[in-house]
Design a protein around this ligand. Structure first.
Ligand code: UTP
Length: 289
């Protein structure tokens, strides 16, 4: 996988039931952490990793994501006429000029693996990234996907982001069994989706970042529904392990699971505390003043 990472897939066709009723009309990925929607943080990470083609796997209700990355002519004209240059540049710079967006539909929510497979005609046979935008990863250096893309190119292998989770939570994640190579990387021996704590081979959980070879698509095509009756990406990666090396990588950064309410609250607090204009007032509020 020495090829440079150019394409990143964002599977955003899930129903987002944990945020109903808001997600009746607002895509989960459009929920904001402060003033930016989750999808913006994910796209910034992909761009930092060097991507120039962003592939959104959406469903027919999620027009807002396409609208968000489209040009907003009326708004831009109004901001320009009012001389609001800073706001204008905020609106115009959600995406660098050299980056293009492609939208693909997942007709039915048949699972994450199926959503990734829907991107096959756009990705073709080259290594690509996958970002689940509800896993927001904050850090001050290279983005998590950039760290992974560099490792994938260096090691010529697939790379999957992992994090240690409490044993009792293994049934919420894909779990890997892996042999350590160094402080952060390990060679994956097997992967299993949502095992019960007593059956889990470790407490190393897969989180929402992947760098995968194009070969994964043919494996996804023959992946049968697994945990929860869904076509699981984890099952296809487990099949890939029989053909090539895939590394588990403990990224530098802090992950917020914004797919649930508490995670979104924590991310919001964290970003408020990083923001000089909000930090003090936020600290006072938390201290109960
Ligand atoms: P989740 O398991 O978080 O499901 O999917 P969800 O539907 O988004 O949210 P809840 O659980 O109902 O609240 C993980 C990721 O996989 C995508 C989701 O959009 C999310 O980014 N996904 C899942 C798809 O794109 N298609 C699917 O069929 C399933």
């Amino acid at each position: 996988m020495t090829q440079r990472l150019r394409k990143v897939v964002f599977p955003v066709a899930g129903l987002g039931t944990r945020f109903l009723p808001a997600t009746k009309v607002v895509a989960k990925e459009m929920l904001p952490v402060l003033d930016r929607p989750l999808i913006q943080y994910a796209v910034d990470e992909a761009v930092d990793a060097g991507a120039d083609t962003l592939i959104f796997v959406t469903n027919r209700y999620k027009h807002a994501i396409a609208d968000y990355f489209d040009k907003a002519y009326e708004l831009e004209q109004k901001l320009e006429a009012a001389g609001k240059k800073e706001l204008l540049s905020l609106v115009q710079n959600v995406l660098p000029k050299n980056v293009r967006c492609v939208f693909v539909t997942q007709p039915e929510a048949l699972g994450l693996g199926h959503a990734v497979l829907c991107a096959k005609p756009v990705v073709g046979n080259e290594p690509f990234g996958v970002i689940l935008p509800d896993d927001l990863i904050w850090n001050t250096g290279a983005s998590a996907l950039k760290q992974m893309a560099d490792l994938a190119a260096f090691e010529n292998s697939g790379v999957i982001a992992v994090e240690e989770v409490p044993r009792e939570q293994t049934n919420k994640y894909g779990i890997v069994d892996a042999t350590p190579i160094n402080d952060r990387a390990a060679l994956i021996k097997l992967m299993v989706e949502k095992p019960k704590p007593e059956d889990a081979p470790s407490n190393l959980a897969v989180v929402g970042r992947y760098v995968l070879p194009g070969r994964i698509f043919s494996l996804l095509e023959s992946t049968k529904p697994g945990a929860g009756g869904e076509i699981q990406l984890t099952d296809a990666i487990d099949a890939l392990l029989k053909q090539e090396r895939v590394l588990a990588y403990r990224f530098e950064g802090e992950r917020f699971d914004c797919g649930n309410k508490l995670g979104l609250v924590k991310a919001t607090m964290h970003f408020a505390l990083q923001d000089p204009a909000l930090a003090e007032a936020t600290r006072e509020f938390v201290a109960g003043k």
